[in-house]
Design a protein around this ligand. Structure first.
Ligand code: SF4
Ligand code: SF4
Length: 384
């Protein structure tokens, strides 16, 4: 049977309009009975937005506060036990929620907050790759988990949507550890799928009204896409988003190629029933995608040599750098790949391409967009 996904057109961050669209999405998926089955009476519901880092209100990096408010308005009719939380890649969860305006919404509607700092150890017996985990207790134990991802590009993983959003369920600094252990796109994808199996998300509502293209997930360009995507299957929601931004086959992105190989959720367009708007009519034809990264490279010395010639790398935009040291702090590799050196009057990062694992944590978390996914000449020729 095909997996149902609702695709809605929404051109504004007006809370009333988004609320109506989300209600329309639930109607398309099955109406009142559908929501009541999704949220059994009295259940504890956790909303998991994307709070990548501490960002200004209306930033396209994080789930928009108006979008969050509209979801709260819809869901609170079905439970009086509603909380939200996330663990950002860098900085305090509470500050990220405050600055982006989500905390204010939560206070107004009596929604609780959890910073995802308390963890629980758990084992996933039927793992693809990772059996033993420490995850945010509140996410692991919630009766119903609703993910509110933002549609964005991602330096390492090409794309971040519903599947990747759940990486926030790994508490704080442990995220860096996973980047070191899963040092290519394929292994990172397997890890993400295992995490999503352990911490099961019941539903996703994707904020694709203003998405992000180019140098995502933090320093890309806002892209108006006017879309909301909703469904129970994270892979089906993401696959629909990939269709919108121009991927003919979602398997071009490692997470979904591997998901398909392991029969992990519905991935292929022919296995997904899109309700509401037409995907073809909503496609954004000029969306700037991230080009292929390093998933084809292993870690043998020979492959490392080839990787350095071909694989994209963190590229410094010297004039933008504010010498904050964050890239140095977040780089998960030991010994360090990054050295801060004086150049043209300021301290800037220099990267050792030989040891860099291309996790792009530095690019992801640079506060001013001074790092981008650089392409080698050979890489450009191969992936043109
Ligand atoms: S590249 Fe970015 S993160 Fe690194 S020091 Fe410069 S501004 Fe800070
Ligand atoms: S330099 Fe950047 S891309 Fe390379 S390992 Fe460190 S954080 Fe990852």
């Amino acid at each position: 049977m095909k997996e149902k996904v609702a695709l809605l057109r929404c051109a504004s961050y007006d809370v009333d309009i988004i609320e109506e669209k989300i209600k329309e999405g639930f109607s398309l998926l099955g109406g009142e009975k559908y929501i009541k089955d999704l949220i059994p009476f009295g259940s504890k519901v956790l909303l998991k937005p994307n709070l990548l880092s501490v960002e200004e209100e209306n930033s396209p990096v994080v789930t928009n506060h108006a979008f969050f408010e509209a979801v709260v308005r819809v869901i609170k009719d079905y439970t009086d036990n509603l909380i939200f939380g996330d663990s950002p890649g860098f900085g305090s969860s509470e500050k990220a929620a405050q600055k982006a305006g989500l905390m204010d919404v939560a206070k107004r509607y009596g929604v609780g907050f959890d910073p995802f700092t308390e963890k629980v150890s758990a084992e996933l017996k039927e793992a693809i790759l990772v059996k033993n985990w420490d995850v945010a207790k509140v996410a692991y134990e919630a009766d119903v988990l609703i993910s509110l991802p933002k549609l964005k590009t991602h330096g390492m993983m090409y794309f971040t949507g519903a599947v990747k959003n759940q990486f926030g369920c790994v508490p704080g600094t442990q995220k860096a550890l996973w980047h070191t252990r899963m040092n290519n796109g394929d292994n990172f994808s397997k890890m993400l799928l295992d995490l999503n199996k352990l911490v099961k998300t019941d539903f996703a509502i994707m904020d694709g009204i203003i998405a992000m293209e180019g140098n995502g997930p933090k320093s890309g360009t806002p892209k108006k896409m006017d879309s909301i995507i909703m469904g129970e299957s994270l892979t089906a929601v993401d696959s629909t988003a990939l269709g919108l931004i121009g991927y003919e086959d979602p398997r071009e992105v490692p997470q979904y190629r591997i998901a398909h190989e392991f029969s992990w959720g519905k991935v292929l367009p022919e296995d997904i029933l899109i309700l509401g708007e037409s995907l073809d009519e909503m496609k954004v034809k000029d969306f700037k995608k991230i080009r292929r990264t390093n998933e084809i490279f292993g870690n043998s010395n020979g492959m490392k040599f080839i990787k350095n010639l071909i694989a994209p790398y963190p590229k410094l935009l010297h004039e933008k750098c504010i010498s904050c040291n964050r890239c140095y702090e977040v780089c998960p590799e030991k010994p360090r790949v990054i050295e801060m050196v004086e150049k043209n009057g300021k301290s800037v990062p220099v990267f050792d391409k030989k040891t860099c694992i291309r996790c792009f944590c530095c690019q992801e978390l640079c506060p001013v967009g001074a790092l981008e996914v650089g392409e080698t000449l050979l890489g450009k020729m191969i992936y043109k």
